[in-house]
Design a protein around this ligand. Structure first.
Ligand code: ZN
Length: 110
């Protein structure tokens, strides 16, 4: 793990334990420069949903995803998508919790 202070990769783990809810591992790290910081290790799943005629499959697709997540003791599902997908998903009881930003150095608008 690279230290965010000195940018060297000479850090060690001094403590490691599960978070209170058990969904992640919290690690206290110590760098040779003396900096201490915390990292979290979580399972991350990413599935890509795309296709034509979303009206025909989106609800079945979401139901399948919800059933899988619940059967794996997930407390919810997070998603990332373009504005058009947000317009679909917000009608299905999802909440917006954050926004992603991006800039392209080739000047292309996304
Ligand atoms: Zn350091």
């Amino acid at each position: 793990m690279i230290c965010s202070i000195c940018k060297k990769g000479e850090t060690s783990v001094v403590d490691s334990r599960p978070t209170e809810d058990g969904t992640a591992i919290r690690r206290r790290r110590l760098c040779v420069c003396g900096a201490r910081f915390t990292t979290f290790e979580r399972v991350q799943f990413r599935e890509h949903c795309a296709g034509k005629n979303m009206d025909e499959w989106i609800d079945e697709g979401l139901d399948t995803m919800y059933k899988w997540a619940k059967s794996n003791d997930c407390q919810g599902v997070e998603g990332v998508g373009r504005e058009g997908f947000w317009n679909w998903i917000k009608k299905r009881n999802w909440s917006e919790t954050s926004r992603f930003f991006e800039i392209r150095f080739d000047g292309e608008k996304i």
